[in-house]
Design a protein around this ligand. Sequence first.
Ligand code: UDP
Ligand code: GLC
Length: 385
Amino acid sequence: MTASILFVDHTAMMGGAQHSLLDIAEANRARSAVVLFEDGPFARALEGRGVRVLRLDGGGSLRQLKKRSALPGLGALVATVRLARTLARVARPFDLLYANSPKSFVVAALAGRLAHMPVVWHLRDILGEGHFSRANVRAVVSLANWSAVRVVANSRATADAFVAAGGKASLVTVVHNGIDPTPFDALAPDTCREVRAELGIPADAYVVGCFSRLHPWKGQSVLLDAVARMPGVHALIAGGALFSGEAPYEAELRARAALPSYAGRIHMLGARDDVPRLLAACDVVVHASVLAEPFGRVLVEAMLAGRPVVATSAGGVPEVVTDGETGVLVPPGDAPALGEALHALRRDATRAAALARRGSAHARQRFSRGAMLAGVRRVIDEVAA
Ligand code: UDP
Ligand code: GLC
């Protein structure tokens, strides 16, 4: 008998972690459910795939827990314990708790202790290097050592950061994200022309795409710096300000994009649900994170869409993209280097096409959805045994 799993996430917004859990929960939906601490698009996406969703109220107080704050307030602590009690009750019919984010892991770790249930943490964040305060890293790593039966890391870099922060290496298994190529393969041949017409981008323009939520660490502003020095080049920037505190950055990017010096070449599209089509409209895809990216699903998606990628070399990115082989890597936060890499690809279409071809083959072979699901299944079966 396969184990029944209660997946837990704190957010109902659609970030990469939620896109990935969507596939995992769907594959396990016969004997699982997903608990969310708020309602939103992720809940509807799960239900759309036939996954049972349980909404627990309490996300409001959890939002007070900030990644980079030193210590949580008393109110947030009390709310966390209360939520853990409720989760422990809801979890009783299941065999294991499976947390998809640091915040949901904190609640699940306590709930697991209360309900005497094993807890797996799917770690999708690089603990440290500017992402989290030291106090938060210490707290969550101690909690993992104390109460997680396994930690599934989305890259070797994520796993290494966990261990460097004091996490037990014996807990960790690396399972890279995997993505279904079907929506990319189903694109009609004239998608590029169609999308460019929709967006008012000239059919013969050179188009650079960027597909990440709008947060300073995702580095869209570095891309704007690079494009400022590339006359005639258009940038298509898809992604929304998903989480609290991201709105001022979006406003800043939009104000810059509207500057007369860009002459309408920056297209701020907001959060989109048609990423495969948009990728088809790009000549090259840039992943510009200025901090270590734990994995970067969008890199695999760009490769599946047959687009060459230029990405910043930090975190899990070099596990996905090999410089000069399946894409081009540049240092994070270096607009001149990014601009240079884009110029070089634009000048040499043959090389760009070869990188894209090898990237596409690599993505299909190395980052398949099947391999990801099998990796997660192995961990669950071992825990259940
Ligand atoms: N994405 C999307 N709409 C957008 C921009 C991005 O659906 O407008 C998706 C993108 O296709 C990818 C995910 O959001 O699957 C982002 O995941 P990634 O791992 O690249 O970064 P994260 O935001 O999780 O750090
Ligand atoms: C997180 C990470 C991202 C990763 C995604 C899926 O959101 O920021 O790099 O691709 O999780 O694991």
